[in-house]
Design a protein. Structure first.
Lengths: 409, 249
């Protein structure tokens, strides 16, 4: 007898109980849909982190102050809080001019604060007012959309000029061309000489375009004072040399600050590696989501087994009749196996549809990114689930003894 | 039908069937000898517990004997495996059950086609043969009806059509009129008479003397043994009821 006939028997069996078949299919549908959608969400948040890494400039290092050595151990050794040295411009020039850090290409001292900027009655909180050297722009991967940056000469003369980010432009100027206009920050007028390109990749906490960059001396003069720098921004010569650069900076500053490795009063942070860690977290998050989804797929599969067992019990007499009429074991096995596989494959196909449609919408601020292999995988797994989870009931049906099956009421 | 080299339809020698072990042993059949030539029409009678159901299951290849020989149309059944047994059930035996055992939600025609599907008969051939069988039982007008749209008598006639559609060596009917009223019973038995007159070998299991009177030979089982074997008409002649009708005309 042909496979086609067995197939027809199976379809007839499914149609005999439409509601039940539909609900079983729903179990698989939800499982497959969840796998595809949740992997897409995980992938989407991973992609967002990736975008931020590339925005940052992947070879950026920052040196920041750290009060009191490296925590409790250092503090207890000295008995008191160890003296905190400030990060100074001379630290920055040491890093810039020393021959012992060949992997460092650019250095910029940074004093930053947040300040309200005003322009003709419009006012906006600028989250980062950065006082620095001209080398800061290439380090932070900022490029000019309009106008010019300030020069070293302007730093030396403490010129009241500023380069602003797109968010500041939007908030203070709207459609007016800001170049040449004057904004007030901390009561000091700054002339806008340049506008940065938008970086995008903004999150709720951190908008990289809400920034104003001015000469270090000017900012220290009017806003932050001449205390310690906030940080020293360093660009390593390449993305692969950030680790080497980090070590060289550490050695130079240990010497300059007269401290030991145990009592370091500064920290060198590799921004890219931080984000790489975050990316790793996102991956773990994706795996977790996929695991939850896989569990729901498993539950759907158990639903298939369950309903097929009920079906086989219900149709014991039918199986007996078929066997008495000469149905081979394989024909009965095939019939119920195809029923189970059809249930899960139909559920799988609908689940793919739901997953693909669902991933077109933003979920919790994340634009899901479809992973084609996850679609194939989820669909394949659903078919496989039909086979595996259907084989138990199908086997039970095939093994039924015709006499007992015929006696079944 | 009486070719010199044709093996008998049924050749049963010292057939025994024991259920259970040890103290719980039940001897359902205690040594049955039965030779049924082709064209015969046998009624197997007996009270419940006499072993007639066990005998019917073994003859129908649904069960295997504990010991003894059973040859169906020359095939030694005891030596067959499960797959070969289903093949024999498909090709050599046509079942008619007391409770009809038609598939629900399946038309009369599809029910009759079922054994042909399992026998691997092609679609057109299958349809042709199934329609011919339904025509023979007088149901050509009801081919698209589902079992629940047919009367008990009609359902049993569909079952008879299904039993004979494969041209089996043996039609095996288990209490075929047990669930039918008198009129339907008469129709179904008349059908069996005609089939036998056309050369079909029929074994009917029954506990009703009326039904047994249709057969050419009546066998009575008691406690797993044949205690009575009465020949009512010649194996190669017409069944007794048809003989009487013919005589009356």
């Amino acid at each position: 007898m042909g496979v086609g006939e067995v197939f027809r028997f199976a379809i007839r069996g499914l149609r005999a109980n439409k509601l039940r078949s539909g609900l079983t299919t729903l179990g698989i549908l939800i499982g497959v849909g969840a796998v595809i959608l949740l992997i897409a969400v995980g992938q989407g948040s991973g992609a967002a982190v990736q975008a931020r890494i590339s925005n940052l400039g992947s070879n950026l290092l920052t040196v920041t102050r750290e009060a009191g050595g490296t925590g409790r151990a250092a503090a207890s050794r000295t008995g008191t809080q160890s003296q905190t040295s400030a990060l100074t411009v001379s630290d920055a020039s040491l890093l810039a001019n020393s021959d012992e850090d060949p992997d460092v290409s650019l250095v910029a001292p940074v004093a930053s604060t947040s300040e309200t900027g005003t322009y003709e009655g419009a006012s906006s909180s600028i989250s980062q007012v950065v006082g620095t050297y001209p080398s800061y722009l290439p380090i932070s991967d900022d490029t000019l959309a309009e106008g010019t940056s300030f020069t070293t000469a302007q730093v030396n003369s403490a010129a009241k000029v500023v380069v602003i980010g797109q968010t500041v432009v939007t908030n203070l100027f709207g459609t007016i061309n800001p170049i040449g206009q004057t904004i007030q920050m901390g009561g000091v007028p700054y002339t806008v000489i340049g506008v940065l390109n938008a970086k995008g990749g903004a999150s709720t906490f951190n908008d990289p375009d809400n920034v104003a960059i001015a000469p270090l001396t000017t900012v220290q003069d009017s806003l932050t004072g001449f205390g310690s720098l906030t940080e020293i921004a360093v660009q390593a010569s390449s993305a692969s040399s950030t680790t080497a650069a980090q070590a060289e900076i550490t050695n130079l500053l240990i010497e300059a600050h007269h401290v030991t490795a145990a009592t370091e009063d500064f920290t060198v942070t590799n921004e890219a590696s931080l984000l790489t860690t975050e990316e790793g977290t996102t991956e773990t998050f994706t795996v977790l989501l996929a695991a939850v989804a896989a569990i729901s797929l498993l539950v759907g599969g158990i639903g298939v087994t369950n309903i097929m067992l009920v079906t086989v019990t219900e149709r014991t007499r039918e199986i007996g009749i078929r066997k008495a009429l000469g149905a081979q074991k394989s024909a009965i096995l095939g019939q119920f196996l195809i029923e189970a596989v059809l249930l899960s494959v139909i559920g799988g196909a609908l689940g793919v549809l739901i997953g693909v449609i669902g991933s077109r919408f933003k979920i919790d601020g994340i634009q899901p990114v479809l992973v084609p292999t996850s679609i194939l995988l989820a669909f394949g797994v659903s078919a496989f689930i039909g086979l595996v989870f259907g084989s138990l009931p199908a086997n039970k049906a095939a093994k039924l003894h015709p006499i007992e099956a015929l006696r079944h009421e | 039908m009486t070719g010199a080299f044709r093996a008998p339809a049924l050749d049963i020698r010292d057939l025994r069937k024991v259920y259970g072990d040890g103290d719980a042993e039940v001897h359902a059949l205690r040594g049955i000898d039965l030779l049924v030539p082709h064209g015969d029409y046998v009624a197997v009678m007996g009270a419940s517990g006499s072993g007639k159901s066990t005998l019917m299951n073994i003859i129908g290849c649904l069960d295997v004997p504990t010991s003894g020989r059973y040859e169906l149309d020359g095939i030694a059944i005891a030596e067959l495996d499960e797959q070969q047994l289903s093949l024999v059930r498909n090709r050599k035996i046509g079942f008619v059950f007391q409770s009809f055992n038609l598939l629900s939600r399946t038309t009369a025609l599809e029910n009759v086609e079922l054994p042909l599907i399992y026998g691997g008969v092609k679609h057109e051939e299958r349809r042709k043969r199934a329609l011919a069988a339904l025509n023979l039982v007088g149901l050509s007008a009801r081919t698209d009806h589902h079992p629940n749209q047919l009367s008990g008598g009609q359902q049993q006639r569909v079952a008879v059509a299904r039993a004979l559609v494969t041209s089996p060596s043996l039609i095996l009917a288990d209490e075929p009129t047990g669930n039918l009223d008198t009129q339907s019973s008469y129709e179904v038995m008349a059908l069996f008479d005609q089939l036998n007159a056309a050369g079909r070998t029929i074994v009917v299991i029954t506990h009703e003397d009326d039904i047994a009177a249709h057969a050419k030979r009546a066998i009575r089982l008691v406690d797993g043994l044949i205690v009575e074997d009465t020949r009512l008409a010649a194996a190669d002649g017409l069944p007794p009821r048809l003989v009487r009708q013919t005589a009356e005309v």
